[in-house]
Ligand binder design. Structure first.
Ligand code: 5GP
Length: 183
């Protein structure tokens, strides 16, 4: 684990999440907000974020999986997503007329977020926003952006703080890079 270079330290993450929470608190002042985290990667980010937000907040989770994209360093030929995203767990309540913030770990090609945005907008929420901890704009395939971005990062495969490689490393308190991958 120590051979994995730290890209973003736990202190940097904590400081940035405090800023994001402050911004969200300001933007939704006096309103109720439902945070919807994307399993499993966003669970850590979501739980840290909502504890800093000073709003009448609740949360739920949604689950997706991508066909043909087992996620790993991109020297593996299977790195790129085929673009097929499938729902594995739906939200438990209707989002109709609610203020919804979708919380995702990382925005990469944009396929997952585009799928989820289309799905959740069909519930007809009052307001819909997206918060991502990490953004890799260089790999975007679909034109989609997040309203709240923790950090913009280069084209590297990262783990930690909820992000995994074959289910490992999710519990690392910082964001680290899996080596041997050219940006
Ligand atoms: P997208 O659909 O935008 O291409 O990818 C979003 C999903 O791909 C994320 O939720 C995450 O599960 C996975 N992903 C993309 N880049 C990385 C990365 O660098 N590290 C890890 N662990 N997962 C990634």
């Amino acid at each position: 684990m120590n051979d994995l270079r730290i890209l973003i330290s736990r202190e940097q993450i904590a400081a940035r999440i405090a800023e994001l929470a402050q911004q969200i608190t300001k933007d939704f002042h006096g309103e109720q907000v439902l945070f919807v985290g994307v399993l499993k990667g966003a669970a850590v980010f979501l739980t840290d974020l909502i504890r800093q937000v000073q709003l009448d907040a609740s949360y739920d989770f949604i689950g997706v999986s991508s066909y043909g994209n087992p996620r790993g360093p991109k020297q593996e030929s299977i790195w790129d997503s085929t673009g097929e995203v499938r729902l594995t767990k739906d939200v438990e309540h209707s989002l109709r007329d609610k203020n919804v913030v979708l919380v995702e770990d990382i925005l990469d090609t944009g396929l997952t977020l585009s799928f989820l945005k289309r799905l959740l907008l069909s519930h007809q929420p009052r307001r819909f926003c997206v918060a991502v901890l990490l953004d890799k704009p260089s790999r975007r395939k679909l034109a989609i952006n997040a309203d709240y971005v923790g950090f913009t990062i280069p084209d590297e495969f990262v783990v930690g703080y909820g992000l995994d490689y074959a289910e490992k490393y999710r519990n690392l308190p910082e964001i680290r890079v899996i080596p041997g991958v050219a940006p």
